[in-house]
Design a protein around this ligand. Structure first.
Ligand SMILES: [Fe+2]
Length: 247
């Protein structure tokens, strides 16, 4: 399932962007696997935030909630924001945040092998089944200007097709395809320079996910970002990279 979405990137000088990307990392994406019994993020969210059995069925629960109150059951883009806000409102002492920081200290930092900087308050997102894109296609450096950072994208539901993050296969190729992941996998990718975004969630699953960026501590250069990706590629069995399922 490849889709060219060049018009969505209007206004970005892609030639400049590709020149800025400079030397390429060995892999522009990697998959990190972890034990969800040790880091039960989804269980914390179902218990403490949504009070439901399954996160990937949030669209069904929400429709039922609206129907019971005599309201239209059609889900709208703002429903994604409402549900995301519920996660964001968790207090700093919530189990979910404890798990997040434990993951950074016990999994990501040892993997990186030296000091890291990471986002203390990552973005939490919901993309309900049947709702439009929640993120137009973009390159993070156009917003952050942080050329040293690497992207970290962690779903708490299995994701494929419209529920997934869509990435271009190579810098500037604009041949976007979904990256299928299971709960228990994290996508690490070169999101500063590699275009990414979402499409309409035409899958049967709602996606709940976290995204943030990290870097070597005190890093400032693109070369340090590339070195970080190369270091991780040397550890994370590059053959495990999921490229999405062509249809
Ligand atoms: Fe992004």
């Amino acid at each position: 399932m490849n889709m060219r979405v060049q018009p969505l990137l209007a206004g970005v000088d892609r030639a400049w962007l590709m020149a800025e990307a400079g030397a390429r990392p060995r892999r522009n994406r990697l998959v990190l696997e972890y034990d969800t019994r040790r880091f039960p993020f989804a269980a914390a969210l179902t218990r403490d935030v949504y009070k439901v059995q399954r996160l990937d069925r949030l669209h069904l629960y929400l429709r039922q909630h609206y129907l019971e109150r005599g309201r239209p059951a059609r889900l709208r883009p703002r429903d994604n924001l409402l549900l995301s806000d519920m996660m964001e409102r968790q207090p700093a002492t919530a189990d979910f945040w404890t798990l997040y920081h434990a993951f950074m200290l016990q999994v990501l930092a040892p993997l990186v092998g030296r000091g890291i900087s990471y986002t203390s308050h990552p973005k939490l997102r919901v993309h309900l089944a049947g709702t439009p894109s929640v993120s137009s296609f973009h390159h993070d450096i156009c917003v952050t200007e942080r050329i040293d950072q690497v992207n970290f994208w962690m779903p708490f539901t299995d994701v494929e097709a419209g529920a997934a993050l869509w990435l271009e296969s190579d810098y500037g190729s604009a041949d976007y395809s979904p990256v299928s992941l299971r709960y228990g996998q994290v996508l690490i990718f070169d999101g500063g320079y590699l275009g990414h975004g979402s499409m309409r969630n035409d899958s049967e699953r709602t996606r709940v996910s976290l995204d943030m960026r990290f870097s070597y501590k005190k890093a400032t250069t693109r070369a340090e970002g590339v070195a970080l990706l190369d270091h991780l590629a040397g550890i994370l069995a590059p053959d495990s990279v999921s490229e999405g399922v062509p249809t």
